[in-house]
Design a protein around this ligand. Sequence first.
Ligand code: PLP
Length: 377
Amino acid sequence: MKRKTRLIHGGIAGDPHTGAVSVPIYQVSTYKQEGVGGHKGFEYSRTGNPTRHALEELIKDIEGGQAGFAFGSGMAAITAVMMLFNSGDHVILTDDVYGGTYRVMTKVLNRLGIEATFVDTSNLENIEKEIRPTTKAIYLETPTNPLLKITDIQGAAAIAKQHNLLTIVDNTFSTPYWQTPIELGADIVLHSATKYLGGHSDVVAGLVVVNSAQLAQDLHFVQNSTGGVLGPQDSWLLMRGIKTLGIRMEEHEANTRKIVEFLVNHPQVEKVYYPGLETHPNHEIAKKQASGFGGMVSFDVGSQEKADQVLNSVKYFTLAESLGAVESLISVPAKMTHASIPKERREELGITDGLIRISVGIEDVEDLIEDLTAALS
Ligand SMILES: *Cc1c(COP(=O)(O)O)cnc(C)c1O
């Protein structure tokens, strides 16, 4: 099966009981048992729900793993994955991970004794230097948010295997349409499905795919024990979103390419961050490990005043957190998504007050460029 076909025919097709082409929303908490323990695969909806199960089978198929899991948000998914570790375990993470990931590692999971070190994983040597006897995993986000840095997944997974560590990849930005980390050697792939997978700014969800029967058993145990599951209605909405992921990603990509070209040539723009640019330091790896570069672009206009001016002038770019939906969104990471990262650390990373991030939607690109032209003038 090719990619777009798998998005539509992967997982569980329709409903065998009625012939319904779309998987029904099983809005139910419990299931009748024919005698104690005599159930039809479902006992209680925290443990398993048919609609959520269909979504979990679908994400498993499109990421090419062994089992899928759906959670109430991306952060719930990330937290559940971290619950695979014990007090005293150490995880090495990409330094400009999603702000919420940084926060949960440094303000919540640290209290439970899970230690984190953040390094620039786009240079693999930085990972090796931080491996300790207690290190259990390498956690990558690639491309990163908002600087679009790229880590060589295959290279990192090879280091992980050598030291008997798990490789975990947050694949939110690329989606399995462009990048399938398990094929590159990752053990666990996770998503904020709130973004491209949902695609319509109408659902908050998280997904995880694991690549072994043991991890599947362990993560199901955590999911059922801690209970951060996705409800049936939202599971259904996500399946609906995923069906059009392919055509949406193609449009995001085509629009983004034109916008990047516009930004690179604009005199008010000091710097453009996009892995599709040949001048991007990790362009070759991006090209090798993903079949598309995605719809996220960041650019620096030099100062907070100029950034404010752009944000206040645009009309088709909605000022909002989040990304990956059909409508174009614009944000200033330093003041919004990355506000939970201390200022000194932000500046170390290059997340300046003049840095603008856009999530390019699937509107007509001529309108988007006209909008940016006016806002930058
Ligand atoms: C949004 C996001 C998350 C968190 O997901 P939620 O669904 O908001 O909980 C994690 N990783 C990345 C890359 C994200 O963009």
